[in-house]
Design a protein around this ligand. Sequence first.
Ligand code: SAH
Ligand code: MG
Length: 210
Amino acid sequence: MTPRMIAAADAAKGFLPTQEAAALHHAGLAAGAEGRGPFLEVGAYCGKSSVWLGAAARRSGMVVFSVDHHRGSEENQAGWEWHDHELVDAGTGRMDTLPWWRATVGAAGLEDVVIGVVGDSPTVGTHWGTPLGLLFIDGGHSEECVRADEAAWIRHVASGGLLAIHDVYSDPKDGGRPPYELYRRLLEGGNFVEEQGLGEGSLRVLRERR
Ligand code: SAH
Ligand code: MG
């Protein structure tokens, strides 16, 4: 992370604590060195994680695909706990984080490395083809969204590749269950093992078993 990238990530709105972003960056450095494939994040919001992943990708000549419809998750909509009225497009009255995401990635100097994919995540995942060296799941957190992302994206993790999941809370009083339940299902399914030393806070990092 250069000072310019740090400044851009710090200026971005979002709910990713810096220590967790740094852990994600370390996972990106590991995946980049292993060279199994590009990185992809599900859930871009205003670009904070895009910058930390992008900085890691740049080090190894990789790229990051950053998928989001930029209309916000359920909990980001007006009337919900995580709503930010500055993110509403005055013309349409709908949320639009794309200009914010673009400003963040541009300010970081990472437009050549971080590639925005604007659309519904399960739809993109259904048509995706390239094995991913690192997949980061941080999209919608409802049961329905997590199940749809699971069905569309998990199969795209390259053999031996890394899978990071955000907002995994083992204690229900800390946060919602679907990301935690996804994490448990993947471990119990036997195709993933926890990667020691890369998790931080609510960020968990798993590795596809070779
Ligand atoms: N990783 C981001 C935070 C992502 S917040 C950061 O570092 O700040 C979750 C994002 O998931 C929101 O921007 C929302 O628009 C997106 N999202 C939710 N459901 C989606 C879907 N079905 N398709 C695409 N994006 C979705
Ligand atoms: Mg999150």
